[in-house]
Write a protein of this length. Structure first.
Lengths: 405, 274
């Protein structure tokens, strides 16, 4: 598909679950009936006012939506360019945007009559949100988490346990998000009748990329209304961090057809793109098939998947949601890498200037804002998705800065 | 059209015995050892060979086959080496059908048509690609069938009445019935349920039905072989390789121990209808 052929960037995916060549349903036959059932359940939920009302009610009264759109006055002054607004999804219940998707999916699980929830998690933000909705709706919940992430995200591990979830530490591979997702898929294949797989990002087999995007699009819809209310117009630029890409697609999707809004996705550059310690699949990977979808992947010449590496566990994934791959190829969204040290500096700057401790994931987005804002006019507007709070990261940051705690 | 596959099933029908389908991981733990195992399989009683192609993220496999795949990758196995292995095997044996089994990404990176053309030319008869369901047939299945290669599909306990015709479309060679919901090498199948399922699928297709996932010994193989046209054993063979290794490397007993297990299970398969 060429950009000039498109009337809209918001029509995908097609019936096969494809965004251009990306997406699809690359799964074992055992899972196909479930995937098809989920597709049917989601299609009917989209048209069901009772489902949408229940989700809107929970978003408002349980999560605390709408999240504020906050003008970061001191940061804007400090950078001396564009006006910077934060979409404050870090103020949500559970501390990140992940709850938006989990509430939508737990209602789908209920509608489908499933009795057990499984999830994968990297930083633990999705695991916490999944454990939270499982507790709220009375389901047993098993969370698969890479052993390395269990080590570096111990506060979230304990939160999940408090919420009643069982944590399975995955030692296969490098023990990060990719390996956790493999194990979750193996669990699902073995327990396909009663189990709902609550995927945390806008990736996986169709219809997950679509439904996760739709549940997260509440972010962009609110931001659109809020900026018009605050400034009387749309922003010049929107920026979000991309790991699997759920917070980014949630912010981006409602703006895709506003051609005057520049859109920037920020990948984890880790220690630099020249080595293999990064997670910049769109900048340094190539298309392949993993975890049910075709998308940009970090892989070797033989098609074996490589491990990502980032200071941020939430961005540490060798793939990316398929819609981002398509948005990259069409040129609608610019994807750029930010290195670990740049994210760490941005993290500290925000703490001091705005009194907000951000998660390391949106710290990557912030580092890109810090680069771009000074070159923009004072009447221009940037919205950045501040998608998670940094309480979970203080130990990682302390260690990186050489501070003893 | 007669092929190695149809000839083999015709001969087995004449002898009134089920096929013994053996899965092993190509390149585990190294190319030479693995080739020696492959060359010994027909003599040990294998009727059809499934040649595993390693992948870093085998989402439908249990720990035993995952570990075998990682050993093979560590030993330098690639798609090109898989083709070398088949070429070397075909120097001595032009009758035993060879089915390659793996995941799509390494093939996609190699180039689907390049993979199929080379597979055909080295003497591969068919393929099982775990993460290509019928919905993705344009990717590899249809070009494979056009080249006369069998695209063998998995049917599972979740494959219901509505789904089965879809699974049987564009498939050839045989139907691989996965006896349990789950990954390879976990729960043991219930022979009675398997028999019912096999009978049901047989009502919808003329293709032979081979049953696998969870069959580990001669006794189970005999029980499954009563109803099925073939019995697939994989994890037990990969485990036999693993058990013979010393610090991950092949030993003097790797080939002999593995083939002894194959021989033992083959006896079970051959006794199924006696």
């Amino acid at each position: 598909m060429n950009v000039q052929d498109l009337n809209s960037f918001r029509m995908g995916p097609d019936e096969q679950g494809l965004f251009g060549i990306y997406g699809g349903r690359f799964v074992a036959e055992t899972l196909m009936p479930n995937i098809l059932e989920l597709g049917g359940a989601y299609a009917s939920a989209k048209k069901d006012p009772a489902f949408q009302d229940e989700l809107a009610f929970l978003n408002k009264h349980y999560t605390g939506r709408p999240s504020p759109l906050y003008f970061a006055e001191r940061l804007s002054e400090h950078l001396g360019g564009a006006k910077i607004y934060f979409k404050r999804d870090e103020l949500n219940h559970t501390g990140s945007h992940k709850i938006n998707n989990c509430l939508g999916q737990i209602l789908l699980a209920k509608k489908m009559g499933k009795t057990r929830i499984i999830a994968e998690t990297g930083a633990g933000q999705h695991g916490v949100a999944a454990a939270t909705v499982a507790a709220r709706f009375g389901y047993p919940c098993v969370v698969y988490m890479g052993a390395k992430d269990v080590g570096r995200q111990s506060p979230n591990v304990f939160r999940m346990k408090l919420l009643g979830a069982e944590i399975v530490s995955v030692t296969a591979g490098a023990g990060t998000l990719k390996d956790a997702m493999n194990e979750a898929l193996r669990d699902w294949v073995a327990n396909v009748e009663d189990t709902y797989y609550l995927i945390g990002t806008a990736a996986g087999p169709h219809p997950y990329p679509e439904l996760v995007r739709d549940f997260q699009s509440v972010i962009g819809k609110e931001a659109r209304e809020q900026i018009v209310e605050a400034e009387g117009r749309l922003p010049d630029m929107i920026v979000a961090a991309v790991g699997g890409g759920s917070n980014a697609i949630g912010l981006f999707h409602p703006f895709l057809d506003d051609k005057d809004v520049q859109i920037v996705g920020v990948e984890a550059g880790g220690k630099g793109l020249e080595g293999d310690e990064h997670c910049a699949s769109l900048t340094a990977g190539r298309p392949g098939v993993l975890h049910g979808n075709r998308t940009y992947l970090l892989q070797d010449a033989e098609g074996q998947i490589e491990e990502g590496a980032s200071i941020s566990a939430g961005l540490d994934y060798p793939g990316i949601g398929p819609e981002h791959s398509w948005l990259r190829d069409t040129g609608r969204v610019d994807y750029v890498p930010i290195m670990d040290d740049e994210a760490l500096e941005a993290f500290q700057l925000l703490c001091r200037l705005e009194g907000i401790i951000p998660a390391l994931e949106p710290s990557h987005a912030l580092a890109e804002v810090i680069k771009r804002a000074p070159g923009m006019d004072k009447d221009q507007i940037i919205i950045m998705n501040l998608c998670g709070r940094g309480d979970k990261d203080v130990f990682t940051v302390g260690e990186a800065l050489g501070v003893e705690m | 059209m007669t092929t190695r596959m149809t000839n083999r099933f015709a001969r087995l029908a004449d002898e009134n015995r089920p096929a013994f389908v053996t899965y092993f991981m190509g390149g585990d733990p190294d190319f030479e050892t693995s080739l020696a195992i492959m060359k010994g399989l027909p003599g040990a009683g294998a009727d059809i060979i499934e040649l595993g192609m390693p992948f870093s993220d085998p989402m439908a496999d249990g720990p035993t086959i995952q570990a075998g795949g990682l050993r093979a990758l560590g030993g330098g196995q690639t798609l090109a080496r898989t083709f070398d292995m088949v070429r070397a095997f075909r120097e001595d044996d032009d009758e035993t059908p060879i089915v390659v089994m793996g995941y799509y990404n390494p093939i996609y990176q190699y180039g689907a048509t390049r993979f199929l053309d080379e597979a055909k030319s080295v003497g591969i008869d068919g393929m099982i690609i775990v993460d290509l369901p019928p919905e993705m047939d344009e990717e590899l299945c249809i070009p494979a069938v056009e080249r006369g290669l069998n695209f063998i599909r998995l049917a599972t306990p979740t494959t219901d009445e509505k789904r089965l015709p879809k699974v049987l479309t564009n498939t050839s060679g045989f139907v691989y019935y996965v006896s349990i919901n789950g990954i390879t090498g976990t729960a043991a199948p219930d022979p009675k349920l398997v028999e019912e399922s096999v009978r049901h699928i047989k009502g919808k297709t003329d293709l032979p039905i081979c049953v696998g996932f969870g069959v580990r010994n001669a006794e189970q193989a005999a029980a499954i072989g009563r109803a099925a046209d073939g019995v697939v054993v994989g994890t037990a063979i990969v485990q036999a390789v693993a058990d013979s290794l010393n610090d991950g490397a092949a030993t003097a007993s790797t080939v002999t121990n593995t083939l002894a297990l194959v021989h033992d299970i083959a006896e079970g398969v051959r006794s199924a209808r006696q």
